[in-house]
Design a binder for this molecule. Structure first.
Ligand code: PEP
Length: 249
């Protein structure tokens, strides 16, 4: 089954109004493959979501970087899935390694967030990935399988999920996974989905790679059969994000 290439830009906790306008102008002026070929989603900080949505070309979409685990209410500082839906934000990133590490988000908590976001009609970019220590001790697959299991057990509609494999040691470090390393884990993840969720879902679910992707390394990674796109951090704030979108063809 053909899987449409997916490119997400995670702006993290960056940007001023002026910087955001500049990035959006660059994206709006870019000549990229059509929406039939590549799905592009940018994820600004919450405070810029509606601003970006109002300025951004209509063939690109927006994602929040997180949302609360349950229905909104007395949870100071949190943003609920209902609020995102109310603002017509279609996507949300859940389980990013920075939140897992810095805010102690467990596999179970991430799974619960995925469940709630999907129940409200959001589409989810669900992040998984091992640390350097875990890779060096040979437990990469065990770690990502456990993370995926906690998510998969809560997924009601796989059409609304993109799985982002982001090795922690590659995020923001400039140390990108080799195409062979990325392909190996993506292939294993697809096998895991096949065995634990189902053949059709394994064949149709996009598994994207994240971790120091840039304009120079994206083509070789995109050529791997099980790499269905990217989640891009640092380079999504720069004009080279356009080159990464073009890696779809
Ligand atoms: C990310 O934060 O999801 C990411 C992949 O970051 P970077 O591209 O900067 O490594």
């Amino acid at each position: 089954m053909a899987r449409k290439f997916f490119v997400g830009g995670n702006w993290k906790c960056n940007g001023t109004t002026e910087e955001v306008k500049k990035i959006v102008t660059t994206l709006n002026e870019a000549e990229v493959p059509s929406e039939d070929v590549v799905e592009v989603v940018v994820s600004p900080p919450f405070v810029f979501l509606t601003f970006v949505k109002s300025l951004l070309r209509s063939d690109f979409h927006v994602a929040a970087q997180n949302c609360w685990v349950r229905k909104g209410g007395a949870f100071t500082g949190e943003i609920s899935a209902e609020m995102l839906v109310n603002l017509s934000i279609p996507w949300v990133i859940i389980g990013h390694s920075e939140r897992r590490a810095l805010l102690n988000e467990s596999n179970e908590f991430v799974g619960d967030k995925v469940a709630y976001a999907l129940s409200q009609g959001l589409k989810v970019i669900a992040c998984i990935g091992e640390t350097l220590e875990e890779r060096e001790s040979g437990s990469t697959m065990a770690v990502v399988a456990a993370q995926t299991k906690a998510i998969a057990g809560k997924v009601t509609n796989w059409d609304n999920v993109v799985l982002a494999y982001e090795p922690v040691w590659a995020i923001g470090t400039g140390k990108v996974a080799t195409p062979a390393q990325a392909q190996e884990v993506h292939c294993e993840l697809r096998k895991w989905l096949h065995e634990n969720v189902g053949g059709d879902i394994a064949a149709s679910t996009r598994i994207i790679y994240g971790g120091s992707v840039n304009g120079a390394n994206c083509k070789e990674l995109a050529a791997q059969p099980d790499v269905d796109g990217f989640l891009v951090g640092g380079a999504s704030l720069k004009p080279e994000f356009v080159d990464i979108i073009k890696a779809a063809t």
